[in-house]
Design a protein around this ligand. Structure first.
Ligand code: SF4
Length: 343
């Protein structure tokens, strides 16, 4: 059980696939720029714990006014709401931004995050670990090697991470192979990856698709094969292959659970990034629905923690008895504030 908190959609980067970020030059704002106040992060974290969550996942755009200290404050706010909750936060891009703004090394910054209670990191911002692809879809983002270096450093200071791929745009089989082999090599060295999560490109609102520069996302067959081939390539080094119900829908996820995946991911209360890109699937899959889906396949559900331990009966009972979510509040970032921050 996890709750996603996307703490701002203001971002200085210009990833061509991203419909989530809002900056000064966003051509057709689908929703206004916002940031989530620290008090609201604390409230959402506390509410997540009350609803049976074991994890909050915090990620956001690279807000130009944010420094490494901001991420420390965000972490503290989440921990304040639920001291026992596992905070899974900050992609390699956010870690690089945080360390860079404070003038400290990646290792020093990660060590400080860990000391303050960070539990693990999402292996997002990987997209496809192939610089030819990255030059097209996210030219100003960190390179494939930089991503691997940050993740390897996280593993070396004792912080585990997930691994991801976002595929089906301008990439192809060779890039996918390079990506899987890079993950396998790093895992052989560090053992720090908990799971691999394929994320099909959701094209509808993605600027690069609307400009006609990409495919419309992977075919269903390719999506199934991404999980199956990953299982073959990464076995036994990365034991968990996760299917994203947010990206694949529940029917797609059920299919893939029979084709190499063993993990359905989290409940994701309030997922906004994929919905911004036009995915039709909801923002929460209730635990009872998840269990029914898994049992319908003749499999046995197990409620797990971020690091794949048993979540325990008390967490499961809280999850099954959860009240509906309280509506979230997001603080709009005014045009003047945003222009000042981006300038
Ligand atoms: S993918 Fe992340 S870094 Fe890239 S524009 Fe979107 S929010 Fe910013």
């Amino acid at each position: 059980m996890t709750r996603n908190i996307n703490y701002t959609n203001v971002c200085t980067y210009r990833c061509g696939f991203c419909a989530f970020s809002k900056g000064r030059v966003a051509p057709d704002l689908r929703s206004a720029p916002y940031q989530v106040d620290l008090g609201e992060i604390t409230r959402r974290s506390a509410e997540a714990w009350d609803r049976g969550a074991t994890e909050v996942c915090l990620q956001g755009g690279i807000h130009p006014a944010y420094t490494g200290d901001t991420y420390l404050e965000i972490l503290a706010a989440a921990k304040k709401g639920a001291p026992q909750i596992h905070v899974h936060a900050f992609s390699p891009l956010e870690v690089t931004h945080g360390a860079g703004t404070l003038g400290v090394s990646i290792a020093e910054y990660l060590t400080e995050l860990k000391r303050l209670g960070l539990g693990s990191l999402p292996g997002t911002a990987a997209e496809v670990l192939d610089d030819d692809v990255r030059r097209v879809i996210c030219p100003d983002k960190l390179t494939a090697q930089e991503w691997l270096d940050v993740v390897g450093t996280a593993h070396s200071v004792g912080l585990r991470t997930t691994s991801t791929i976002m595929y089906g745009h301008v990439d192809g089989r060779e890039a996918w192979a390079r990506h899987l082999l890079a993950l396998r090599d790093l895992q052989a060295e560090t053992g720090g990856f908990t799971e691999f999560v394929p994320l099909p490109f959701v094209a509808d609102e993605a600027p690069i698709y609307r400009k006609g520069q990409t495919r419309r996302g992977p075919t269903f067959r390719e999506a199934v094969l991404m999980h199956s081939v990953a299982r073959l390539v990464l076995h036994p080094l990365i034991p968990n292959i996760q299917v994203s119900w947010v990206k694949m829908g529940t029917a797609g996820a059920a299919y893939v659970l029979n084709a190499g995946a063993n993990d359905l991911g989290g409940t994701l209360m309030n997922e906004t990034i994929t919905r911004s890109a036009g995915a039709q699937h909801g923002q929460e899959l209730a635990p009872a629905q998840m269990e029914a889906l898994i049992e319908g396949l003749g499999r046995t559900p197990r409620l797990r923690t971020t690091l794949y331990d048993d979540a325990g009966e008390a967490r499961r009972a809280a999850a099954l008895a959860a009240e509906p979510l309280t509506p979230v509040t997001q603080t709009p970032v005014g045009r003047k504030t945003l222009a000042k921050a981006v300038a």
